[in-house]
Ligand binder design. Structure first.
Ligand code: NI
Length: 161
């Protein structure tokens, strides 16, 4: 079982690298990422399992499980929306984050086929959150400076209890 790395691990702040070849190793990794988040989360990105690769998986209710390899966000709506987020790398911390309401993303799946998803609601939110992980950005980084500082103190208290 893959371990999920948590806040403080430097890989979470690094930009991930493109996947060069979609092969069995990548397929195995994707399967292990679904396993690692099963029952705990609805999205997980490469850096969260200590991989430097641009891959994330989603498993959102009402949608099929998806693997996004080398994703590109091609469009986001101007309309913004505040939704409560959590992150397996910041366990037990849940905060409202403002992001675009809808998104269009292109990526390759684990079979090496390109696909496009245009969506809003929870799936859009998960895609934007997971894409940020590939850029070395955490959801707390999307908060205003003061709120981010408070979120970090709150998290540090949470992990002590
Ligand atoms: Ni996350």
């Amino acid at each position: 079982m893959l371990d999920i790395v948590t806040y403080g691990n430097e890989i979470l702040g690094k930009k991930a690298e493109s996947v060069v070849e979609i092969n069995d190793a990548i397929r195995t990794m994707a399967a292990e990422m679904f396993e690692a988040m099963a029952g705990k989360g609805i999205g997980l990105a490469g850096p969260q399992v200590a991989s430097p690769l641009r891959i994330f998986v989603t498993n959102v209710e009402g949608d099929k499980p998806r693997v996004f390899i080398n994703p590109e966000i091609v469009l986001t709506s101007q309309e913004l929306i505040s939704i409560e987020e959590g992150c397996l790398s910041l366990p037990r911390l849940y905060l409202d984050v403002i992001r675009p309401e809808s998104v269009r993303v292109q990526a390759w799946n684990e079979k090496g086929r390109p696909f496009t998803v245009e969506t809003d609601g929870l799936l859009a939110r998960v895609i934007l959150h997971e894409y940020d992980h590939l850029e070395g950005v955490l959801f707390i980084d999307r908060l205003k400076a003061g709120k981010r500082d408070r979120a970090i103190s709150q998290y540090q208290k949470l992990i002590k209890t």
